[in-house]
Structure formats: C-alpha cells, structure tokens
Design a protein around this ligand. Structure first.
Ligand SMILES: Nc1nc2c(ncn2[C@@H]2O[C@H](COP(=O)(O)OP(=O)(O)O)[C@@H](O)[C@H]2O)c(=O)[nH]1
Ligand SMILES: [Mg+2]
Length: 477
C-alpha cells in the first residue's frame, strides 16, 4: 500500500494532467515530466513499497578529547571482592590465576576472545581470574599522538564489557571466586607468594592438540597445583612468539571448534554483558534506526535490521597475507552450523589468492549480492513470522568516499533506513569504545553479515549464538 499523503498527491497530479491533456503539447510534456520527477525523486521504493525520503545524515564532525575514565578506574579499584578478609575461595586464602602471557596491544577482539576463554579456564579451575586493562594497538586508537593522554593509551575493561571477566557476579548460588583487577592481584598475591609457570613448561606437550585437550591439560594443572597464586608467564619470544595458552594458531584453526560446546555454555559466555558505556551509546542512537519502511512489522528497529561488518582500511593488507597463506576463517566463524563455509584452495592453485580475496575484501557487487541473498534466505526461513528487514546498519572502519558510494547503492536497492558507524553521535567515553558499540548493534540485529577472517566478526558471532540467534541469521561474504 502507498502511504495516504502520496495517494492524495498522485491523484491531484493525475487530475491536473487530465485537465491539460486537451491543452497544448508543451503543457502535456511538462506535466508528464513533473509526474515522473515526483515519482522518482520524492518517493523511493523499499522492497516494492514506496517510502518517504531519509532525513539528512548528521555525521559527527569533531571527536571530543580522549576520556579519563576517572570514575570507572575508581569503580574497578573498589570492587567488593578486593577485600583480604573475605572467606575462601576469595580474600587472602583464595586461589588466583593471572595470565601474564595474555595478548595485549593487538586489535581489541584478538585480546577479547582470549580474555573470555581464560576466564572460562580460571572458572573451571576454581581460581579467580585476574583481569588487566586493554592496551591499544596504536594504529587502531582514535586520537592522534599529540592528543593522547599517554603514549600507550589504556582503557579499563569495564568500559568495553561487563560480566564475570571484569569482576561481575557469577550465577546466584555459584560460589566461584570473582575476578579481581591486576592492581588487587599485587596486594592479594605478592611476588613472594606466587608460583610462576612458563608456558614453555606446558605448551610443547600439547601444541598441536585439539582445543578441548589443551583446555583439559591446563585445567588439570591449575586445579592440582597447591599454590594459591599462579602466574602464567610467556616463554621467551625466540622460543614461542605466540605464547598464549590459547594462541593464534588455535584461534585460526578448526581445532578451536571442540571448545565451543563448553565455552558457549560457560557462565563466562552466558553472563557476558554489554558495558553501561556501550549500552548508553546504543540507546542514545537508537532513534537513528527508526524504520522508514512499511508501517507494519516489528516496532523494535533491531528486529528489522540487517547489520554488516565491512572490514577495510588496514585489512586490505591482512587479506592479502591471509589469502596467500591459505588461511581458513577465524575462530567461531568456523562453526560448521553456520551457512557460509570457506575452504581455501590448495597451495599452488592459480586462483588461491583471488578466490580468498573475493570473500575477504569483497567489491560492491559482491556485497550487494550477499545482502540480497542473506535477506531473502532469512525471510524465507522465517515464513509465517511476518518478518520485515528494512533497516541497514553498516559497521566499518572505512572512512573514504567508497562508503558514501556504497550507501547510494543500497539506497537505490530499496533500503528504507541506512545508518553507518560514522552517523553515530558519541561522547568521549563512547567514542573510545566505538568498536564495542558497533559490535553491540550487530549483536542485536536480526541478520548479521561479517568477514569470516575477522576476530571482530567472530566475537559478534559468539554473542549472537549465545543469545540464541539462529545460524541462518549469521552470514559471511
Ligand atoms: N568502530 C569500529 N571499529 C572497527 C570496525 N572494524 C574494525 N574496527 C577497529 O579495528 C580494530 C580491529 O581489530 P580487531 O578487533 O582485532 O578485529 P580484526 O582485526 O578484524 O580481527 C577494532 O578493534 C576496532 O578498533 C568497525 O566495524 N567499527
Ligand atoms: Mg585484529
């Protein structure tokens, strides 16, 4: 159905046209042209339905200065478990594990997946997980060097996420010790009381094992060790340059899949929440997603949203490297229940790089096709549930005119509401964690399309599946 005002306007124009058809040929042509102009400029078609035009975009013009997070640092310092007098398994008799070998100064999501898995390991080993702040990989940090508050910018983890990993409570009735901050670890586990375990004492035995076997080995070690305070320290860089317990070789291979069952059910996953700063950013921008398509359909814009992650910029080079290396998808993007699987062509195959690049660094036509297919498949799978998809969110680290051109392509393709990462209005704290804001919007969307090689995408996939979203709603280029 056309909206009423447009029916009225079209009828008036038609009647005027009827009045002048008997008039001069010049008048007839003028009115016919006016009618066409009215149809194709004022009205837009959204999947067969005519919708009103979009409001002009309000791109954020200048970034505010970097945040100090004064209150949040104070909050972390004063977590209730930071108390020596608490009874076992917390306080001065409690059991703790700190992973000093944890990755940092990498993209947030390469660190984040490990934070969650280490929390799961600590939980299963009945030890409190010690969390450290996120140290930025400088190329991803939003502010230029002259505006930074420190040479190495750091964000409190509670700005990025909430839940047991960052000191939040476990399930009601669960007596697992709560996570503590790195600063509190210094108090509750001073140097003299620590047993340090070099990863090289353990990893060589299990290096190429399945993920669940690696997990079990460490879990047994951490459970059996009589010491209260265990610090896992990295092997020398020359011995092992990925000295994490769950290292990049594992995250980037199908060996990780054997961990999905226990990890996805773990309270480390189930109780993971959006941080209040991220949540407030989503709420503040929710009106931008107002559906402008048909009046019928869900009220909640996220239920009508297709979100797609377009990983560009620095990623072009990564894609080239990953393609020539013959890399598979990353981590949870490899789950066999997901509809889009990528199998690299064998080494030496002439199309090996080109084939992978089509998926890792897709062009406009490929993106358009994927969106059309994902939309059709989702609507087909939800037949009988009166689903509507007319809100498009493009989350991206891309900045150039390519993105503006992409928006035009999708507007022409009938999307009634189109919003990109650059349309969000964010304050200083929200700006620093804008990646997490984008991830949360993508988590909520009815359909998500991501880049299968990206850890940013794979952590969105994790959260969507834990939330109970269906595999058909999770697609890769
Ligand atoms: N806001 C925002 N930032 C992004 C997006 N994609 C990438 N980034 C930034 O680039 C970094 C990419 O590193 P990472 O999180 O490790 O993901 P990966 O490199 O795709 O595996 C992120 O942490 C963000 O800082 C996006 O869609 N939105
Ligand atoms: Mg990365």
């Amino acid at each position: 159905m056309l909206p009423r005002p447009y029916i009225r306007a079209l009828t008036t124009l038609y009647l005027r046209y009827r009045q002048v058809v008997a008039g001069s040929r010049r008048n007839q042509l003028l009115l016919a042209a006016l009618l066409l102009f009215f149809l194709f400029t004022t009205l837009r078609f959204s999947h067969g339905i005519i919708v009103p035009p979009q409001p002009p975009h309000r791109k954020q013009e200048a970034w505010p200065s970097p945040p100090t997070y004064t209150e949040l640092w104070e909050f972390e310092k004063n977590l209730p478990q930071h108390n020596l007098d608490l009874p076992f398994p917390e306080g001065k008799t409690g059991r703790y594990v700190k992973f000093s070998n944890q990755a940092n100064r990498l993209g947030w999501n390469n660190c984040f997946n490990e934070i969650l898995m280490n929390t799961h390991l600590a939980y299963m080993s009945k030890r409190a997980y010690v969390f450290s702040s996120y140290q930025w990989a400088l190329p991803h940090y939003r502010w230029p060097p002259n505006e930074r508050l420190a040479e190495q910018p750091v964000t409190p983890l509670n700005a990025l996420i909430s839940g047991p990993s960052v000191g939040g409570p476990w399930d009601e009735g669960d007596d697992a010790p709560r996570s503590v901050s790195e600063e509190w670890w210094e108090v509750v586990c001073p140097e003299s009381e620590r047993r340090k375990v070099n990863t090289n004492e353990i990893k060589p035995y299990i290096n190429t094992a399945e993920g669940d076997k690696i997990f079990e080995y460490w879990q047994k070690f951490l459970m059996d060790a009589p010491e209260r305070c265990i610090e896992v320290v990295p092997a020398d860089y020359n011995v092992d340059n990925f000295s994490q317990v769950f290292d990049l070789w594992l995250w980037g291979s199908t060996r990780i899949i054997s961990l999905w069952d226990s990890f996805s059910k773990s309270p480390a996953s189930r109780l993971l929440e959006t941080s209040p700063i991220v949540e407030s950013a989503v709420v503040r921008n929710k009106h931008r997603f107002l559906p402008r398509g048909p009046k019928a359909g869900p009220r909640d814009p996220f239920q009508r949203m297709l979100a797609m992650h377009i990983r560009r910029g620095d990623y072009k080079k990564s894609c080239e490297a990953l393609s020539s290396f013959g890399s598979t998808f990353y981590s949870w993007d490899l789950l066999p229940s997901l509809p889009d699987v990528f199998t690299p062509l064998p080494e030496g195959h002439p199309d090996r790089i080109a084939r992978a690049m089509e998926h890792c660094s897709p062009g406009t036509d490929a993106i358009l096709k994927k969106v059309r297919d994902a939309r059709a498949d989702y609507l087909h799978a939800s037949q009988g549930h009166s689903q509507t998809l007319d809100v498009l969110y493009i989350l991206t680290n891309e900045h150039d005119e390519w993105l503006d051109e992409l928006e035009v392509v999708f507007r022409k393709d009938g999307w009634a509401t189109i919003v990109t990462s650059h349309d969000l209005q964010l304050d200083s704290e929200q700006t620093e964690v804008s990646g997490a804001v984008d991830m949360d919007i993508a988590r909520r969307a009815a359909v998500f399309i991501g880049n299968g090689w990206s850890s940013f995408t794979s952590n969105i996939v994790h959260r969507r599946l834990v939330d109970g979203k269906l595999p058909i709603s999770i697609r890769f280029y």
